[in-house]
Design a protein around this ligand. Structure first.
Ligand SMILES: [Zn+2]
Length: 138
């Protein structure tokens, strides 16, 4: 696939100064999908602090799809895949709140945002666990 397909920059929905494909968070590297969601130094700490404890190695994978496949999809663990998606969503929201509102969320805010999306789904999937807390033998 052509590398340009991985750029997030979309000039008609971004401020003029962001038309360059440089990461608005760190200002250090091109904002390809893998950088924005995984390898940006500001995002690496989110992955390491998450329940997955993932250390992002510089010079490793650079294609987001490959990374996500290896770390999550190959495991076929629906719970882990779901949580990873919520973390990705929170990371993307963090980036946008910086770009559009000049508010930079901390790593803990990103993780608690991800957890707040995730929790209701967990509860839906485990109704019997909640009920059994009050169960007594007849
Ligand atoms: Zn960056």
């Amino acid at each position: 696939m052509h590398v340009a397909a991985f750029y997030l920059s979309d000039t008609h929905c971004m401020p003029r100064e962001l038309s360059e494909p440089i990461c608005p968070c760190c200002g250090m590297e091109e904002e390809i999908v893998y950088h924005a969601l995984v390898s940006c130094r500001e995002v690496q700490e989110v992955w390491f602090a998450s329940q997955f404890g993932i250390r992002i190695i510089d010079g490793g994978a650079t294609v987001f799809g490959n990374w996500f496949q290896q770390k999550f999809l190959d495991s076929k663990n629906k719970e882990a895949i779901g949580m990873a998606c919520e973390i990705l969503w929170a990371i993307w929201n963090r980036r946008n709140s910086w770009v559009f509102n000049y508010q930079k969320q901390s790593m803990m805010q990103v993780l608690s945002h991800a957890m707040s999306i995730h929790s209701p789904l967990v509860m839906q999937n485990k109704p019997t666990a909640v009920r059994s807390l009050n169960w007594k033998p007849p």
